[in-house]
Write a protein that binds this ligand. Structure first.
Ligand code: UP6
Length: 258
């Protein structure tokens, strides 16, 4: 799978979100996902407008935003259409089916109404996917990114869990669009591999985050890199976004010998 182009892999998938993302990465020449971990709605919208042209997806944590509102969502949606990026809610759903159905489809955030992609912890087993499907009322696939391996120090991966995660993805190709992973865990080309813990300075933070260079993760396993503070805390976020976009996309072109 590693040598295949995004456009070729778009043909291998029946998942509408994976197909869209593969095509978008190819056309926009961007396999950069920003982690917009800011707390003010204004700062998030300004960032989306400034770096929208450089990214394929805009990842947020709705529950860290002060004053999250319908107005914020409609403005973010508008920007996603202007700049052509997917909206990615990093909720890390990880409960029994009936609970995640409500967390996804209702409550304060109404995630199913605006998120193109969501992260899912595989620990509850396949019921978490069934619950999300129930919570989402449109009848489309859910655009789920299964968390196979985390970037934080001491994360608890083990071979059995990773194998079970891969099996869950293979059993739900309409709803699972890809993996959050740190290594090359699967040969199947249809899934989009997304890797967080990416920074041009590999120092990490004081709370267990570990960083790797964009080139290294793309060579190892990533189709798209997820970059947060490398961009949001840069002196000029838009310049940093351009730099990460170029470095990540060139690494992809190199891997696929284009
Ligand atoms: N994230 C990780 N590691 C994982 C899964 N998710 O860092 O294994 C998320 C974090 C954050 C972003 O929740 O939003 O990716 C990374 O941000 P950073 O680049 O600022 O460290």
């Amino acid at each position: 799978w590693k040598q295949q182009s995004f456009s070729a892999r778009a043909e291998h998938t029946s998942n509408a979100v994976a197909k869209h993302l593969f095509q978008l990465m190819d056309r926009k020449k961007s396999n950069l996902i920003v982690a917009a971990d800011l707390t003010s709605t204004e700062a998030i919208l300004n960032l989306a407008d400034a770096i929208g042209p450089n990214i394929c997806a805009f990842k947020i944590h709705a529950d860290i935003i002060d004053g999250f509102s319908e107005d914020f969502v409609s403005k973010l949606k508008e920007l996603s259409q202007t700049h052509r990026f997917l909206i990615f809610e990093d909720r890390k759903f990880s409960d029994i089916g009936s609970t995640v159905a409500r967390q996804y489809g209702g409550g304060v955030f109404q995630i199913a109404h605006w998120a193109d992609m969501v992260t899912i912890q595989p620990t509850p087993g396949p019921a978490v996917i069934e619950g999300l499907k129930k919570g989402q009322r449109s009848g489309h696939g859910i655009g789920g990114a299964l968390i196979a391996e985390m970037s934080s120090k001491g994360a608890l991966p083990n071979k059995e869990n990773v194998a079970a995660t891969i099996q869950m993805a293979h059993d739900h190709p309409e709803d699972i669009m890809g993996y959050i992973c740190q290594s090359d865990i699967d040969d199947e080309p249809r899934f989009v591999r997304m890797t967080p813990g990416v920074h041009i300075s590999e120092a990490g933070d004081t709370l267990g985050q570990q960083y790797v260079l964009p080139e290294t993760v793309i060579e190892n396993c990533a189709d798209a890199v997820i970059v947060g503070r490398g961009i949001t805390e840069a002196f000029k976020p838009s310049e940093a976004a351009r730099m990460y976009q170029t470095r990540a996309f060139e690494a992809y072109l190199k891997r696929t010998s284009q």
